[in-house]
Design a protein around this ligand. Sequence first.
Ligand code: ATP
Length: 354
Amino acid sequence: MTVGHNEGGQAALETLIIGTSPATQRLREMIRRVARSNASVMLCGPSGSGKELVARAIHDEGVRSGKPFAAINCGAIPGELIESELFGHEKGSFTGATARRLGHFEASEGGTVFLDEIGDMRFDMQVKLLRVLEDRTIVRVGSSDVRHVDVRVISATHQDLDAAIAEGKFREDLFFRLGVVVLQVPSLASRVEDIPALIRHFQRKMPGEAKCRFDDEAMMLLMQHRWPGNVRELRNFVERASVLHGGETLGAHDVAMLLNPTAALAPARAVPSSPAPVQAGGEEFITAAAPHAKTPAPGRPIDLKREIETIELEQIHVALDLADGIISEAARLLTLKRTTLIEKMRKYGVQQAA
Ligand SMILES: Nc1ncnc2c1ncn2[C@@H]1O[C@H](COP(=O)(O)OP(=O)(O)OP(=O)(O)O)[C@@H](O)[C@H]1O
């Protein structure tokens, strides 16, 4: 469960939402506009794209900034507890309710409640939330007193709520109430120009770690990666790179390895997840999965040569690990001539084991 309270903190939007891509500039502009109003905002976007950060930014930029901000992950709270989490309960209202407890709506009076993963909210709870949005009142569990609350509601989802509405799992009237303004938070793949600035930002936030640098090819590879985990994945990548390569300048092959950390665990991990060994020309070899052969994002060009080189480099590392660095053995696994493998290793700057 994610619950956080923030008593203000007026960071400039540019230092909070990092990036200069057109998509990020538009997003900041929308944040400024909605922050001036009190309207309910629904944030849509893939996991790790920064929806919670945007919710905090809307709160911090608006008149409620000095008041509490509570973030609640609706998907992480058991269905039977969510009502009490949000609206509170009276002592003895259910087993375990040993004392009266304020819910987040009352505790955040004057501020903002951020309901993350709203698509996971149970249908019966959706009805109760709708009443809060319509009347601005809550009723604690075990009480009949109706209490007025002054709270702004921001919600977020990475799910297709249209489909959930069509299947009868999400109330359409609640959707309209929650999404007076619907903001799309873009995926990282659709704003790759932000990547260098985001890397610097995350490096600054890791004061204990020596920074690593990325050469031009490494940066190009980072900008071509699909980032299925979005900014969260990039943050984890920067952390991994700093821990393993602090103070170094990384090239494309280092980045390829860091982007696919399980390859470094071969043979213990990479091989079992690969398809079973197959026989070809009387020789057994491993058909390794192609971890970077991903579905392209709609409308984005694919640099096929670079994709293939990334996969090739990863598989060279996997084979070398499997072969304990013995090049002739790695070449056999890759069904390459030894000299061809050495040529490829030179091309990618892969060191031969001492
Ligand atoms: N534009 C940005 N500038 C700086 N940091 C960012 C940006 N976007 C996202 N982040 C960081 O990326 C991480 C993931 O963001 P966040 O938790 O807000 O994503 P989310 O969309 O709410 O994810 P989920 O759907 O899984 O809850 C956080 O550490 C957040 O601070």
